[in-house]
Ligand binder design. Structure first.
Ligand SMILES: O=P(O)(O)OC[C@H]1O[C@H](O[C@H]2O[C@H](CO)[C@@H](O)[C@H](O)[C@H]2O)[C@H](O)[C@@H](O)[C@@H]1O
Length: 721
């Protein structure tokens, strides 16, 4: 027998979101409702929404309420930043009682505040990066809200496993990084034991698993409910981040038809040839199209998304004066291309810390007389760390002058969401650096220094400072900010300049993979195909062999770009475009239609009103003379039907309408006159405008004027205008 929760998921897969209702009682209890008060439902068009979206007006208050301490007359606009994780560091107190929280200064989500206008309050909605026991969740929620304006989302453990570890990290994330399930069938079988999704592992070999997808959608609904608790839909903007929350815009749009919603994808968006293998490809595209603005790091990611919309949904984009937009049921969905940047002030503050100077001196001593190439990567399967080691090995072999002189320092930061196949990759990496050190190492010289632990920002910046070149050989990465951080650290600050740390001209060199998001912005880098180990080895050799003058020129060019295109520049630009994309929102009339992921909002100019059946019937009965214009495809025959011939029922209805002397009935279609003539040959009193009105029948010409006259068609006669 199916459990209640399972039937809920089936409802959800069927697109029946309403059947799921709000989060379960337990989840609501855990939600930390800040002493919620009920907020009246927001109607975008009074009287029209409820009949269409089928949501239950009697929903419990917890999903339809607002934080009591948010002033009810909030006049200023606010920004709700929604992401899988809050920009918060949580630590258990040393005595084990309770938690202490602080901002995560390294989080991009926190840093983006710098580009947001001062008068706009920023609230964060997301998960907490710690296992907070159920009994403590209410208290934690309240503390996070009171002190940080952070709204915590707690998912039940098994849901979190299936949402994050299964669907996000084992299905979406690999696919968005171009890894198809079948390509990894052998290794996934072994590595699946390392998955923390103990409750329900995905289908074998990383294949699409519907249960995990349903968990993903349900988890997104939990996030939605938290947004609903604090949102002020007429004033707030919502900015959703990354691939974990791609279903969220549909939930938001269903509830608040005119909410201003932006989305930024931090990962790559793959080619349509990869994306179209995803069984829920249309659902995700349609969910994203419920946003007003969708952002990508690069032109290529945006291009792939647009071609998916064209190929899978038949929606074409338009480009006007530098803005790209997709017309989706009367709404324009903007496309934004803007790579993220780093936080300049924060990085420069690290450069001024006193213990950094000390660490730099220490490293300078350690690597005295050596040329340091540096890699700083997350330990994940797409960072191409082993390819980098192979290239370095190749360089030592083909350019023996570097033996004893070149050192590759590789920092590999452990990650939380391990994704697929990580253990196998780690073993490969270990084998490579042991081999290289075994073959080329000697007393006092280890060619590869491998650091597989978290390093502090001070230590990382010290490594950047002493490195002659940074090498990024990721096979795919959404953006990758390592090169940007390196450039800023090599530039130093006026204070570090006056110290002994940086002498001579500022210079830096980069070898970067052509498959990462930052690559197009680094025109002075040596770009490589990391799969080509020999070419990467040559690039490394070239990078460290160039003249200082050349390194300096490249550095200056990069520094100019990186220092002016920082994280604030990115967020400011995104919010400005979001405002622009939404400027007509409250002027337009909208209706929500469709079920599940088919839900969309139809937006029309204000002079359009939705016809009401009773008033149509009344007006019809009262009128003495009527003109009835009927479109063909999608009106008289279903858009999706293969057989386009009108049914006998349609022909009968048309003839009934035509037989009333007060009616003039026309079919208006883009279809050709021959086909329409053939199909409606049994409707002698019907007028037809074929080929978008180029050919007309059923129209009489009177004294040079064209006046529609009802007439019997004795033999077809087409009038060409
Ligand atoms: O591991 P997850 O929690 O699923 O998150 C994935 C990664 O997200 C962040 O990186 C992504 O965004 C960065 C900024 O836009 C971009 O530089 C990077 O290329 C993207 O992958 C996060 O910084 C990583 O730690 C996460 O692994």
């Amino acid at each position: 027998m199916m459990s209640r929760s399972y039937t809920n998921l089936l409802d959800l897969a069927e697109g029946n979101f309403a059947a799921l209702g709000p989060a379960s009682g337990g989840a609501r209890r855990r939600s930390g409702s800040f002493g919620m008060k009920r907020m009246s439902r927001v109607m975008t068009v009074p009287g029209t929404l409820s009949e269409l979206d089928g949501e239950d007006e009697s929903e419990p208050a917890a999903t339809n309420s607002v934080a009591s301490d948010v002033p009810s007359s909030v006049s200023g606009e606010r920004l709700l930043v929604v992401s899988n994780q809050l920009p918060i560091v949580a630590r258990r107190r040393p005595d084990g009682r309770g938690w202490s929280f602080s901002w995560d200064d390294d989080s991009l989500l926190l840093q983006l505040r710098d580009g947001i206008p001062d008068e706009m309050e920023v609230l964060f909605v997301g998960g907490v990066r710690a296992d907070i026991p159920l009994a403590e969740q209410d208290e934690v929620s309240q503390a996070l809200y009171d002190r940080f304006r952070c709204v915590a989302v707690f998912l039940p453990e098994s849901l979190h496993d299936r949402f994050y570890h299964s669907f996000c990290k084992r299905q979406l994330w690999p696919l968005f990084h171009y890894m198809l399930p079948f390509a990894s069938s052998a290794s996934t079988a072994t590595s699946s034991s390392s998955s923390s999704s103990s409750s329900a592992p995905p289908a074998g070999n990383g294949r699409f698993d519907r249960g995990s997808w349903e968990a993903y959608v349900l988890a997104n609904k939990f996030f939605f409910e938290k947004v609903v608790e604090v949102i002020n839909p007429e004033d707030d903007y919502v900015w959703v981040h990354d691939y974990h929350l791609m279903a969220l815009p549909t939930f938001l749009r269903r509830r608040f038809n005119r909410l201003r919603i932006g989305f930024f994808l931090h990962s790559p968006f793959p080619s349509s040839e990869i994306y179209r293998t995803l069984p829920v490809r249309e659902e995700i595209l349609k969910a994203l199209l419920n946003c007003d603005l969708i952002g990508f790091h690069t032109f290529d990611y945006a291009r792939h998304f647009l071609s998916c919309c064209s190929r899978m949904l038949g929606i074409e984009y338009q480009s006007k004066r530098g803005y790209i937009g997709l017309e989706y049921f009367g709404r324009t969905v903007g496309i934004k291309i803007m790579p993220v940047g780093i936080h300049m002030d924060q990085l420069q503050a690290v450069l001024c810390l006193p213990d950094r100077q000390w660490r730099v001196s220490e490293l300078q001593q350690q690597f005295e007389g050596k040329t340091v190439l540096l890699g700083v990567d997350d330990m994940d399967i797409f960072k191409g760390i082993n390819l980098k080691l192979l290239a370095f090995e190749n360089m030592l072999r083909t350019h023996p002058k570097w033996q004893g002189r070149a050192v590759l320092v590789q920092i590999a930061k452990p990650v939380r969401g391990k994704g697929k196949d990580l253990e196998a990759i780690e073993a490969e990496i270990r084998e490579s650096y042991n081999r290289i050190n075994g073959e080329f190492g000697r007393s006092g010289y280890s060619p590869v220094v491998f650091i597989d632990r978290d390093v502090s920002s001070v230590e990382k910046s010290a490594y950047y400072t002493i490195a002659e070149c940074v090498v990024v050989t990721a096979v795919r990465d959404g953006m990758n900010l390592t090169p940007y951080e390196y450039i800023v650290c090599r530039q130093g600050t006026p204070r570090s300049e006056s110290s002994s740390e940086v002498t001579g001209p500022k210079k830096s060199m980069l070898v970067v993979s052509e498959f990462i998001g930052c690559s197009p912005s680094l025109s002075g880098a040596i770009r490589v195909n990391p799969w080509n180990v020999e070419a990467t080895a040559e690039a490394m050799n070239e990078a460290i062999s160039l003249s200082d003058q050349e390194k300096q020129l490249r550095h200056e060019k990069h520094y100019r770009y990186v220092s002016t295109h920082d994280v604030a520049y990115w967020s400011k630009s995104f919010i400005q475009d979001l405002e622009r994309a939404c400027k007509d929102h409250f002027r337009r009339t909208c209706w929500g239609i469709g079920l599940g992921f088919g839900f969309r909002v139809v937006a029309l100019d204000p002079h359009f009103t939705k016809l009401n059946m009773d008033s149509i019937v009344m007006a019809y009965e009262r009128s003495e003379s009527r003109a009835i214009f009927l479109d063909y495809d999608g009106t008289l025959v279903p858009q999706t039907s293969i057989n386009k011939t009108p049914s006998s029922e349609v022909l009968r209805i048309i003839n009934t309408l035509c037989s009333d002397k007060r009616n003039i009935v026309f079919i208006v279609s883009g279809r050709g006159r021959d086909k329409l003539g053939e199909w409606f040959s049994s409707c002698p009193k019907l007028g037809i405008a074929a080929e978008h009105g180029y050919f007309l029948s059923g129209v009489e010409m009177k004294s040079g004027k064209r006046t529609p006259r009802l007439r019997t068609l004795d033999g077809w006669k087409w009038l060409n205008q």
